[in-house]
Design a protein around this ligand. Structure first.
Ligand code: KIV
Ligand code: ZN
Length: 385
């Protein structure tokens, strides 16, 4: 089997950090069950020290959800690590994910720590986490604004003390694909030992998916992402985008794939949207309601002849309804006659010309023409009304 990219879903941790989202234990469990059906590799279930509710949610997911490994977040304080493990300990497979900021901005304004203290914190916390599980991930928060030499030093300490996954968080969405990919390459060159390199990209400049793909091209083998791209501020890399980009353009990624069951993507998107109260924008890639809808005449003509003329994804592969023809002012005769045919009306000659003209007049006034509108036009033209 080809090498695969590990999908580390953080919808229930970073995703839940979106302003206004708060999921209770049962809601988190319901989403976790759907993530298991999606077949993600890791579910980051929460941040146990953040609240009693989050602790209980991580514990419930660790106890009940089968399939993916369950991860939870921890600061470097040893009592955080203990609490994290307490929540995770009943999982079939559990990962402790430790983070601490490393950028000058965070160290000066938030942590008020020196580089040396950070190094000591990483050493102690990663080693402590390893006393509980052999699956430990380490994240240097705000990595993309951290001087490279210090970043290598911190990551080396994490690897030397037992972290098997080192993550490069673009915490503030500052990266650009070329430089983020370069950073991943440099980390691989300068940090020695056995580890998987991971990306965690925020979307402040709208580049989270592009940066994640650049990381994979540069050697990352884990991507952290959220369903519908939810997360702090402008969100995280969208799981559905990363997974489908890797699938559709596997030619550019040496055949690397994921083990995600993509037919479950639309369902996961709807569930997350319903339980978080965050709507999915109409034109959202892969899972938006317009992702497979065509309005202009030229596009409709193409899709009616052959779907791939204007679609790079087969809708059924992501659990969406197939190509939809939306009748509006840009639509042409092909779509008009084909929709009428599907409704049971086969018009020709003058009747068709007259009906089409009336449809175009109406489309200039209404943004979308419904079947009821078409029926009214046609029955009128046929003199049945
Ligand atoms: O964005 C970030 O830096 C994070 C870390 C905790 C991984 O979410
Ligand atoms: Zn994040």
């Amino acid at each position: 089997m080809n090498e695969q990219v590990i999908i580390f879903d953080t919808t229930l941790r970073d995703g839940e950090q979106s302003p206004g989202i708060s999921l209770d234990v049962l809601e988190k469990l319901e989403i976790a069950e759907q993530l298991a059906r999606l077949n993600v590799d890791y579910i980051e279930a929460g941040f146990p020290v953040a609240s009693q509710g989050d602790f209980e949610a991580v514990q419930a997911i660790a106890r009940r959800v089968e399939g993916p490994s369950i991860a939870a977040l921890s600061r470097t304080q040893l009592r955080d690590v203990d609490r994290c493990w307490e929540a995770l300990r009943d999982a079939e497979r559990a990962r402790i994910h430790i983070f601490i900021s490393t950028s000058p901005s965070h160290l000066t304004h938030m942590l008020k720590m020196t580089n040396e203290t950070v190094i000591n914190e990483v050493k102690a916390s990663v080693a402590h986490a390893r006393s509980y599980t052999d699956d430990v991930e380490f994240s240097p928060q705000d990595a993309t604004r951290t001087p490279l030499e210090f970043l290598y030093e911190v990551l080396q300490v994490a690897v030397d003390n037992g972290a098997g996954t080192i993550n490069i968080p673009d915490t503030v969405g500052y990266g650009i694909p070329a430089d983020f990919g370069h950073m991943v390459e440099e980390v691989r060159r300068n940090v020695h030992g056995e580890y998987v390199i991971s990306s965690h990209c925020h979307n402040d400049l709208g580049l989270a998916t592009a940066n994640s793909l650049a990381a994979v091209a540069a050697g990352a083998r884990q991507v952290e992402c959220c369903v519908n791209g939810i997360g702090e501020r402008a969100g995280n890399a969208a799981l559905e985008e990363v997974v489908m980009a890797l699938r559709v353009r596997s030619d550019l990624f040496d055949g690397l794939g994921t083990q995600v069951h993509t037919e479950e993507l639309a369902k996961a998107s709807r569930l997350v949207s319903r339980l978080t109260g965050y709507p999915v924008q109409y034109n959202k890639s892969v899972v938006g309601r317009n992702a497979f809808a065509h309005e202009s005449g030229i596009h409709q003509h193409g899709v009616l002849a052959e779907r791939s003329t204007y679609e790079v994804i087969d809708a059924s592969a992501v659990g969406q309804q197939g190509s939809q023809i939306i009748l509006g002012k840009h639509s042409g005769r092909h779509a008009f006659t084909s929709t009428l045919h599907d409704m049971g009306f086969d018009l020709a000659g003058d009747a068709l010309n007259a009906a089409f003209e009336r449809f175009k007049e109406m489309a200039d006034r209404k943004s979308e023409i419904t079947e009821a509108d078409l029926e009214a036009i046609v029955t009128d033209e046929l003199g049945v009304a």
